[in-house]
Design a protein around this ligand. Sequence first.
Ligand code: ZN
Length: 435
Amino acid sequence: MDNIEKRIIELIDEHAQELQALAEDIYTHAEQGYHEFRTAAIAADLLRGLGLEPETGLAITGVKAVLGKNEGPNVALIGELDGLACPDHPFANNGFAHSCGHYAQMVCLLGAAIALCDHEVASALDGKVTFFAVPAEEFQDSSVRKEVREKHDVHCGGGKCELIRRGQFDDIDMAVTTHSHMVARDSDADILLGNSACTGFIGKTVYMHGRAAHAAAAPHLGANALNAACLGMSALGMIRETFREKDCVRVHPYIRKGGQAINVVPSEVEVDMMVRANSQPVIEEVSGKVDRCFRGAAMAIGCTCDIEDSQGYMPCPEIAPNELMFSTAALLGDDVKIASIPLGECNTASTDVGDLCSVMPVMNFTFGGSRGDLHSKDYRIEDPYVAHILPAKLMALLTYRLLRDGAKGAEEFIGSCKPTMTIEDYKAYCGKMSP
Ligand SMILES: [Zn+2]
């Protein structure tokens, strides 16, 4: 371990109490995606306090601050701002909770900023560091997407997608991301290095139109849109045997609007869903099958339906950890359990980190310290050191190792990754997809 590495670890240990207080504050004040105003203000204030000049209000709530020299690669450290709807969670705030653990990414990002902005540490970096708090990792349902589209011209359901579209990643060469353990949720490792493959998806909303009538006196005059929607979901159930395991298909509808009144044949029903798989061609193939189910059901019941597809997230590639990640993680101490993410396993959930991976190299690790299923009321913190302090140390140490000695580590990692499209390609792709 060199002196800068020692300094990074000391600085984060010195600020551990402050970081734990920050963790508790953000954890108990979860906010909806694209509405994370309080959390964004905390991040901006802290970055300002470190002598940086954060830009705010990026894709509504994003915050970005740059540290360092003009020469050398620009490494973005990412922290997700949003909680998700989870009203049963013991720490729910207006129905939203941090049951995906994103609050801990913010602590990690800000902890890493405290260490990297130290004069001695910063002067050892041969490149730039962009501290980037990003909105809305959780895909927003169609009503929220409509609201942010109308008020703020937001095209994408995911914050990173929107930020790429708006050019906020144009000058960034690679990103470092992190998350609470996902595919190996029950792993007893403190840190898992690398990134599991994740599914991508499109958003789909079915608008089923029927005819309203008195539900008891004259149902024969109506066309029941709720029945048509239910029949469509039954048909969807019956085609599930055509989904191949290797494609990791997931289609999960919910009825967002089920009728107007108790004594009226439902005439307008909306079904929102995500159609997921581990490759774009399969997503498109399954999407066509789902459309057939709902269109056929509409015809059978005497209804009509409109189906709107919207841009979702891209599948995420598996990224095995490299030697730099293992040797850096070893600096955390002999008592810290480090392992690779389980290779060859697909995380059937999706993330807009997939979109980021499609346009730039992304280095990822996940951290333990929490138990309970993600997105459930059971998500809880078990070890605040592992969940909050350890990831901050690793993010800062990785950044230093990437950027020290002429940024050889970063150059090597960037050279080893092959993003599938340019940022300009991605912007064009957004233009072709419906919001
Ligand atoms: Zn998450």
